[in-house]
Design a protein around this ligand. Structure first.
Ligand code: ZN
Length: 311
């Protein structure tokens, strides 16, 4: 019942001209990719791309990446460059990217607390707030007990949970993309890059249709992707396609002003699904929509094949 009141309120606001224009914010997880940084001769290529696009973006940081290569001083400098960028909103993504449902409350909380030490230092230096938290794998716990426990903890620490509405398995496309590039197969790599762009737009269109069907208006979307090679090479094209489709690229904070994000997340399983699904009342409704979702089976097949070759 409350849900229906919400939706009526949303449509009234829509008729008053609220949030009529399509918009999306860009969020980037697993920052900073220090292995990529070394490979790119210590040039922050994705950051440079974002800088040249002049769009707002938000980053979710795993500080253990600083220690993943031997170039710790350089890696710290990379993190500082990300944080000091005037367009960057920053967030904690835990220190080591554990799965909450696997490691449990105690270890997970420890990892959250370990995850913001350098970030807080740089945040203070550049006068930035550190108030967002994104779960690794968007795993909010295996059941309602774990889920409620961590939400209470984050609230007590003044952390806001970072939602997303759209993702397109960029990490899977990236693995395949890099595999072809490493084998010198640039044509195949390019085809994967194009597929990634097309699939991202197709998925966004699907989530837009779903949101419009539920809320009777375009909502403020949040795109989730990662600090990786395929975004370094193809985010420009994605942004250009979004602009062609009349999307405004807005900040994460602007996205969060959409009242849809005040709804309760009632999904108590570990899977990293879109917040549009989490706000649905029943699992039946989620499944009904999930069945209509554009398929990623083509890239999954290639990805699995490559994983088999690698192992
Ligand atoms: Zn992540």
């Amino acid at each position: 019942m409350r849900k229906h009141l919400f939706i009526i309120l949303f449509s009234v606001l829509a008729h008053l001209g609220f949030a009529q224009q399509k918009s999306i914010s860009i969020t980037i997880d697993d920052v900073p990719s220090t292995t990529k940084y070394r490979k790119d001769h210590f040039r922050p290529l994705l950051l440079n791309v974002l800088d040249s696009l002049k769009v707002p973006f938000t980053i979710f940081i795993n500080e253990d990446k600083i220690y993943k290569t031997e170039f710790i001083v350089k890696n710290k400098d990379l993190l500082e460059q990300w944080i000091k960028n005037s367009e960057a909103i920053i967030g904690n993504h835990t220190y080591s990217h554990f799965r909450y449902s696997e490691v449990g409350f105690k270890s997970f909380v420890k990892d959250i607390e370990k995850g913001d030490s350098l970030t807080e230092l740089y945040a203070a230096k550049y006068n930035k707030d550190l108030k967002y938290f994104r779960f690794p794998f968007n795993d909010l716990g295996k059941d309602s007990t774990q889920h409620i426990q961590i939400i209470e903890y984050l609230k007590s620490k003044d952390y806001s949970i970072a939602p997303f509405t759209v993702e397109s398995s960029d990490w899977m496309f990236d693995t395949v993309y890099q595999y072809y590039l490493n084998n010198g197969d640039t044509e195949k790599a390019k085809a994967i890059g194009e597929q990634y762009v097309d699939k991202t737009i197709e998925l966004l269109n699907f989530y837009e249709r779903m949101a419009t069907s539920i809320y009777k208006r375009p909502i403020k979307h949040i795109y989730l992707c990662h600090d990786n090679a395929i975004n370094t090479d193809y985010l420009v094209e994605i942004i250009s396609r979004l602009k062609q489709a009349d999307y405004r690229i807005v900040s994460f904070e602007e996205s969060l002003t959409d009242p849809i994000y005040t709804q309760k997340d009632t999904y108590y399983k570990k899977w990293g699904i879109s917040w549009l699904y989490r706000y649905m009342d029943t699992q039946e409704e989620r499944i009904k929509w999930m069945k209509l979702e554009p398929s990623l089976s083509e890239i999954e097949k290639v990805y699995n094949k490559i994983q088999n070759i690698k192992n």
